[in-house]
Design a binder for this molecule. Structure first.
Ligand SMILES: O=C([O-])CC(=O)C(=O)O
Ligand SMILES: [Mg+2]
Length: 218
């Protein structure tokens, strides 16, 4: 029995597993190939940020990008979870930003180095309130949007994902066991762009939730 509250899963210190290039239109805008299997990377739980605190541009970056993403919160542990029962392991959802130091990521890509400092720095994972699973009966068909200073930059639908949520849960859990409180970021649709100090990012899941964050420099 757990005494911890899953609706505050970000306090549990569990894994954040991110899927990259899961929308063809975003893979194309960054001139990446359309993947034939999921591209995975990790963030640390120290990356979590809640509304009311600012996103901090890391001192080493001059090109911080927003990526709005649908997050899946794991409620039941498992290894090698079949696609057919994958949704039984989901407790709920959360709206996420995968903040990315794009200049550092480009440098890492060209040198063949890991993306850790581009993706997992403090404040790189702003999250909304926890959304219980029953609030979103069809997570494979929801609209995500993101505005910077009131201008629409990203607007996508989870039906555009290359790899579905059950596919991802099955694929990831074959290699990395999933635990209660883990979070999967399912990738971003097109429209990523730079944000700077004093910008205001607002993002939402249409009809369900919205959130906003200020950007500051360290
Ligand atoms: O940095 C990237 O473009 C990969 C990624 O996170 C995404 O597609 O959501
Ligand atoms: Mg991303």
């Amino acid at each position: 029995m757990t005494t911890r509250n899953l609706t505050r899963f970000w306090e549990w210190g569990r894994k954040i597993i991110c899927v990259g290039r899961n929308y063809a239109d975003h893979a194309k805008e960054l001139k990446n190939a359309i993947p034939t299997e999921p591209v995975l990377f990790l963030k640390t739980s120290s990356a979590y940020l809640r509304e009311g605190s600012p996103i901090i541009v890391p001192a080493y970056s001059n090109n911080l990008h927003h990526e709005v993403e649908f997050g899946v919160v794991i409620g039941k542990a498992g290894t090698a979870i079949p696609q057919e029962s994958a949704m039984d392991h989901v407790a709920g959802y959360v709206l996420c930003l995968d903040m990315t130091a794009r200049d550092i990521q480009d440098e890492c890509k060209s040198k063949g180095l890991p993306w850790t400092l581009a993706k997992a720095f403090n404040t790189s994972c702003p999250v909304s309130e926890f959304i219980p699973k029953d609030k979103i009966p069809d997570p494979g068909n929801i609209n995500l949007w993101l505005k910077v200073n009131d201008q629409m930059r990203q607007n996508g639908n989870t039906s555009q994902m290359i790899f579905s949520i059950p596919y991802l849960i099955n694929y990831i859990s074959d290699f990395i066991s999933l635990e209660e409180g883990d979070l999967i970021l399912t990738g971003t649709p097109k429209g990523v762009s730079r944000v700077q100090e004093h910008d205001e990012i607002e993002a939402g899941i249409e009809g369900i939730i919205s959130m906003s964050f200020k950007v500051e420099r360290s």
